[in-house]
Design a protein around this ligand. Structure first.
Ligand SMILES: NC(=O)c1ccc[n+]([C@@H]2O[C@H](COP(=O)([O-])OP(=O)(O)OC[C@H]3O[C@@H](n4cnc5c(N)ncnc54)[C@H](OP(=O)(O)O)[C@@H]3O)[C@@H](O)[C@H]2O)c1
Length: 214
C-alpha cells in the first residue's frame, strides 16, 4: 500500500484530501497540530525523524489571521516565516519522496493576486512557490511531480474566521457559491489516480473563476 502524509489533515482542506486518498487505498498519515506544528522547527524535525519517506507529501497548515502591512508585527512575520515557509523547507529536506511520488502544496490564490489583508500569507506562499519550482526540476528525473494548488474561498473553518457570514459572502462570488473541500480532495485524488505525472512545477488556481489573473 503506498503512503501519503497529509499535514493539516485533521480538518478542512487537508481532511478532504486525506479522505480522498484513503478511498484509493493509500496508507494516510493525516496530522493535526498535536502531531506537528509547522511554526515550531523542533516539532517539524521530530516529525521528520518519525516519517523518513513517503509516496505522497501534502504540505498544508493553518493560515495566518488577516492583517495589513501596517499592523503585522515582527513576531507575526517570524512565526509565519516558520509556519508557512521554513518548516516546509525542513520537511522537504528531510522526508524522502519515493520515485514516481507527488508533492502537493496547499497555498492560496493570493500567490497570483496578493491581497492587502493577507500580505503575510501571500509573501510566504509565494516564497514556497519559488522553492517548489526549483525542486520540481530536480525531482523530475525521478518522476516526482510537484504541484501547488492555490485555492480561493473554500467551505472550511478558516473561511468562517476570515469572512464571518459565509452564505452572504458566497452571493457575490462568480458561481454564487464557495468551493467544497471535496472538490480539492477530488482534484488531488484524480491527479494521483490517473498518474498525471507530466503536470509539475505549476500552480493550479481552484477558485470558481474568482480571480482575474490568467
Ligand atoms: N479555506 C479557504 O478558503 C482557503 C483559501 C485559500 C487558502 N487556504 C489555506 O489552505 C490551508 C488549509 O485551509 P483550511 O481552510 O483547511 O484551514 P482549517 O480549516 O483552519 O484547517 C487547518 C488545518 O491545519 C492544521 N494546522 C493549523 N495550524 C497548524 C500549525 N501551526 N502546524 C500544523 N498544522 C496546523 C489544523 O490542525 P488542528 O485541527 O490541530 O487545528 C487543521 O488540520 C491554510 O493554509 C489556508 O490558509 C484556505
Amino acid at each position: 500500500m503506498p503512503d501519503a502524509i497529509v499535514l493539516g489533515g485533521s480538518r478542512g482542506l487537508g481532511k478532504a484530501i486525506a479522505d480522498s486518498l484513503t478511498e484509493i487505498n493509500y496508507n494516510v498519515t493525516a496530522t493535526s497540530r498535536k502531531d506537528i506544528d509547522t511554526s515550531d522547527l523542533d516539532s517539524v524535525r521530530r516529525f521528520a525523524e518519525l516519517h523518513k519517506e513517503t509516496d505522497v507529501l501534502v504540505l498544508n497548515t493553518g493560515g495566518p489571521p488577516p492583517n495589513t502591512f501596517e499592523n503585522v508585527t515582527v513576531d507575526e512575520w517570524q512565526k509565519y516565516h516558520n509556519q508557512l515557509f521554513l518548516g516546509m523547507c525542513v520537511l522537504l529536506k528531510n522526508i524522502h519522496i519515493r520515485d514516481s511520488g507527488y508533492v502537493f502544496m496547499i497555498s492560496s490564490s493570493v500567490v497570483k493576486e496578493p491581497a492587502p489583508n493577507l500580505i503575510v500569507s501571500g509573501a510566504y506562499r509565494s516564497a514556497m512557490t519559488s522553492v517548489l519550482k526549483v525542486l520540481s526540476k530536480e525531482m523530475a528525473q525521478r518522476q516526482v511531480s510537484i504541484i501547488n494548488i492555490a485555492p480561493g474561498p473554500m467551505d472550511t473553518d478558516r473561511l468562517k474566521e476570515l469572512v464571518g457570514d459565509v452564505t452572504e459572502y458566497a452571493k457575490d462570488r462568480p458561481m454564487q457559491r464557495i468551493g467544497k473541500p471535496s472538490e480539492l480532495g477530488g482534484l488531488v485524488r484524480g491527479i494521483i489516480e490517473n498518474k498525471v505525472k507530466y503536470l509539475s512545477g505549476q500552480t493550479i488556481v481552484l477558485d470558481g473563476a474568482g480571480s482575474d489573473s490568467v
